[in-house]
Ligand binder design. Structure first.
Ligand SMILES: *Cc1c(COP(=O)(O)O)cnc(C)c1O
Length: 479
């Protein structure tokens, strides 16, 4: 047997590259990322699929090693080319992604050292770091020290965790689900309803509260709905407000909704996935007043702090509620459960083993410092307003509400023919061009173009380029 073991060992040891191989691999990867970053200007944001060769993906996974250069050239051609380039400052569609560099170093180190960040006993340092980052987020929102949270992979999972917490805290179960009412608006992000379904709550009663002309939930209408439901023998359970809607960046009146939630003992959840970090700048702070009165909120560092994808957070005002919904027990976990100076991510989320997400956030905040983040967030708000004002001087434009944050909608009225058709074609032309990327949405049955300024690489130059491109394509279409 020893002979066999030693023979296997020889091959198994290839899992550990030599120092020289590590250097080589790292150098090549770094060369690749440097080339990538250095080719971001001039801005190029969108390439339709079909430029690569999809049959390349029929690659077999072989028994033996492939060279890193071959792999990187595959990556460049087939992965880092087609589609939207989220690293480009010309990305003005959906909610643009980030990817600030120090986070990549945090990820790299976290992957190499591979600390077990799920459990305090296994890595007290990693868990302390993640908990302190969550405490910082709770602090900027004005939550008390009794709050707790979890660093998630993004807003969708954060919403799911909040919903499950609210479900357990309020005793919603198969016994009363059909009488339990959730209040939301037509502008609530789809991930919330998706999470409700995943959490087994799709049979809940959903009441969509009307919005005002700026797409904000009307608190008086909420109160009326709740009162009617109580009267009808239903059980008002949860209200979800948005702090930065996806379509128009609208912030619901958080303070007034808090009042209704308090009066009727509703679980008050705020989806601040996109808008939450604007609390770091003067322009955003006032708008987000009232977030501290919620029972839970979600916030996405991969949006508002410009981190790479895979960084969300959920915060719960009373951390025992989060724990009650997610704790676990198992014989083989007894050593870990005995050491509980700090609550562990595994007790506060559906995950057990997990990526040490905190390090990418900690590196970004510590290496850069807060003030560039504050400046960038305020800059994005002002860039959106600048773009809005410039566009308002274009002829035949129909603009949505003036942006509170950094998202707005608009469309053009063509001299003849269908407006939906015209704007769809305009969008197509902009995408074909590819230098910048904007998206579209349907509002009240109308096809609207939509701009979201959220990339840390979007500055005045990119906004001016976008305005030029829109003008250029309008002329092409009108002729
Ligand atoms: C982006 C977003 C989500 C979903 O977050 P992911 O990180 O993409 O999962 C939820 N709500 C709002 C308001 C968002 O902007």
């Amino acid at each position: 047997m020893i002979e066999k073991i030693l023979q296997l060992e020889k091959t198994a040891r290839q899992l550990e590259p030599s120092a020289e191989d590590r250097h080589l691999m790292f150098d090549k990867a770094q060369q690749y990322t440097e080339e990538f970053l250095n080719s971001l200007y001039p801005v190029h944001t969108y390439v339709a699929d079909g430029s690569g060769d999809n049959s390349d993906f029929n690659l077999r996974i072989n028994e033996t090693s492939s060279g890193i250069e071959e792999l990187l050239s595959f990556l460049k051609k087939n992965v880092d080319n087609p589609g939207i380039n989220p690293a480009s400052g010309g990305h003005l569609g959906y909610i643009p992604g980030g990817g600030i560099y120090p986070s990549s170093i945090g990820d790299y180190i976290a992957a190499v050292t591979n600390r077990y960040a799920g459990i305090f006993y296994a890595s007290p340092g990693a868990v302390r770091m993640e908990n302190s980052l969550l405490a910082w987020m709770a602090g900027i929102a004005g939550y008390p020290e009794t709050s707790g949270g979890n660093l998630t992979s993004g807003g969708s999972i954060s919403n799911l965790i909040a919903i499950v917490t609210a479900r357990e805290a309020c005793g919603v179960s198969v016994k009363n689900i059909e009488k339990s009412v959730i209040y939301l608006s037509s502008q609530t992000h789809h991930s919330f309803e998706k999470a409700l379904r995943i959490a087994g709550l799709k049979e809940c009663v959903k009441h969509y509260i009307p919005v005002d002309s700026k797409f904000r939930m009307v608190p008086e209408a909420l109160e009326d709905a709740v009162r009617r439901d109580v009267h009808a023998g239903l059980k008002p359970w949860m209200v979800v407000a948005s702090a930065g809607t996806t379509d128009t960046g609208a912030v619901d009146p958080l303070d007034n909704i808090a009042e209704v939630a308090l009066n009727y003992k509703l679980w008050y959840h705020i989806d601040a996935a996109y808008g939450g970090f604007f609390i770091l700048c003067e322009e955003g702070k006032n708008l987000l007043k009232g977030i501290e009165k919620s029972d839970s909120f979600i916030i996405d560092p991969h949006k508002g702090l410009f981190l790479p994808y895979g960084s969300g957070a959920v915060l719960v005002r009373d951390k025992s509620k989060l724990y009650d919904a997610h704790y676990y027990q198992a014989g083989y976990m007894q050593d870990a459960l005995a050491v509980n100076e700090e609550l562990s991510p595994a007790e506060l989320s559906p995950e057990l083993s997990k990526h040490f997400r905190g390090l990418r956030l900690w590196f970004a905040l510590k290496i850069i410092g807060l003030s560039p983040f504050r400046a960038a967030l305020e800059e994005k708000i002002l860039l959106a307003r600048y773009a809005y004002e410039k566009l308002s001087r274009f002829s035949n434009i129909e603009l949505g509400p003036y942006p509170d944050l950094s998202v707005f909608i608009f469309r053009f009225k063509p001299s003849k023919g269908s407006a939906d058709e015209f704007n769809r074609k305009l969008l197509e032309e902009i995408h074909k061009d590819g230098r910048i990327f904007i998206s579209s949405t349907m509002i009240n049955g109308k096809f609207m173009l939509r701009i979201a300024v959220m990339s840390f690489r979007t500055h005045l130059e990119e906004i001016n380029l976008m305005l030029d491109i829109i003008l250029e394509k309008l002329e092409v279409l009108e002729n």
